[in-house]
Design a binder for this molecule. Sequence first.
Ligand code: SF4
Ligand code: FES
Length: 257
Amino acid sequence: MKLTLHVWRQKNEQDKGRMVRYEVTDANEHMSFLEMLDVLNESLIAKGEDPIAFDHDCREGICGMCGFMINGKAHGGHKGTTVCQLHMRHFKDGDVLYLEPWRAKPFPIVKDLAVNRSAFDRIIAAGGYITAPTGSAPDGNAIPVPKQDADLAMDAAACIGCGACVAACPNAAAALFTGAKISHLGHLPQGQAERQRRAMAMVDQMNAERFANCTNIGECEAACPKEIKIEVIAFTNRDYIKAAFTERPESAVSGSG
Ligand code: SF4
Ligand code: FES
């Protein structure tokens, strides 16, 4: 299988960056997309050239490390699929593919296709926890959780923090990611103690990281490899507005973004 790749090469955040064309002649349909890039990188290293930098870890669709745009689609645009789980059988001999990093100001380029997503870590640190006494593990059934709430919490907890939602959003909003984290804990009894404070702190941090506002376009939901539903944003907005009316009435008018 032969492919022409146009890959964004950028040495660091300051570098201007440019598209570089590569001809891949030894890909096959059994490879994952990242394995195809591994083969290209080995050939670049053999020629003494700089390999293409891209993030990856588990290569099983669970860690959230991988992610870049293929022909303008986050993770390549296959429903519910991270780029590490995307296989070359979805492409044709002779295809021309454009590979670009997530493009969003809060995700500065590290190198080539790798971006710095530590803004997400800071949003989680702002409120992605519960207060619980330490000690031995409590009985799993000590706190009953209604099935519907458990299901909604688990669906939201599927978010792997990849950043595709931000990259796909024309506004570069992080509302789907932040909403997934807020809904995950907000649907559980253990998350109730800090529920409103959590929504306010995480949304404030999201705004401080300079992610733009959500305007309900829905590209995030379509691009999300874990199929997080846009309803998590409505959940966030309800909690944020409720908290803002109590604690900060002047900000309740502008909403969470
Ligand atoms: S909401 Fe989906 S697209 Fe956004 S970070 Fe989580 S898993 Fe990735
Ligand atoms: S490398 Fe872990 S989700 Fe892709």
